[in-house]
Design a protein around this ligand. Structure first.
Ligand code: SF4
Ligand code: SF4
Length: 169
């Protein structure tokens, strides 16, 4: 049984958590639109009121991800995110996991369990994975992630797509 299947027996998975928002690039939107043949899977939402000041004022951004934040948000302070089901689960999660083929999934989903910054530095940040199910970060990546090399290419793609914000891919 895969780590994610074991996880699903223990707890809500990362895809089922109502507090997880999946932010999309225009490239993500284009790939998912082609796969689903609809636009109903996402909306452009402002961040919660308590975070508006942070996102509207560049000097408040975490300097390490200022480029990422600037690329994600539009002039109205909104960013595209995946819609959720009524139960708070991601729209695309089913009993068997994500229904999207891996190459169609949002880049941030494909990058998990890596986190990154504007300098394209990568590290493991897996707050939702049950710690008792993997030995260490190497084991976690072996079980659910891509190699550093592949993840780095995804980060480069992420920033390229954010830089093309406003263009129709
Ligand atoms: S798109 Fe797929 S991988 Fe990403 S949160 Fe939704 S179900 Fe999970
Ligand atoms: S990626 Fe982590 S949190 Fe998400 S389903 Fe797999 S083990 Fe669970």
């Amino acid at each position: 049984m895969s780590l994610c299947e074991q996880c699903a027996r223990l707890q809500k998975t990362c895809c089922e958590r109502s507090d997880v928002e999946v932010a999309l690039t225009e490239g993500d939107i284009s790939r998912i639109r082609r796969f689903c043949r609809t636009d109903d899977f996402y909306h452009r939402l402002r961040v919660p009121e308590e975070l508006v000041a942070t996102y509207e004022n560049p000097e408040h951004h975490d300097a390490a991800v200022a480029v990422y934040v600037a690329g994600l948000f539009d002039e109205q302070g909104r960013r595209p995110i995946l819609r959720k089901q009524d139960n708070g689960f991601c729209l695309f999660v089913a009993d068997t996991g994500c229904v999207l083929p891996r190459e169609v999934r949002p880049l941030v989903c494909r990058l998990y369990p890596y986190d990154w910054n504007d300098q394209h530095k990568l590290w493991i940040q897996a707050p939702y994975c049950p710690r008792e199910l993997y030995a260490d970060e190497t084991d976690l990546v072996l079980q659910i992630g891509d190699s550093q090399e592949v993840a780095l290419k995804l980060v480069e793609q992420l920033y390229e797509e954010l830089a093309r914000k406003g263009e129709q891919p």
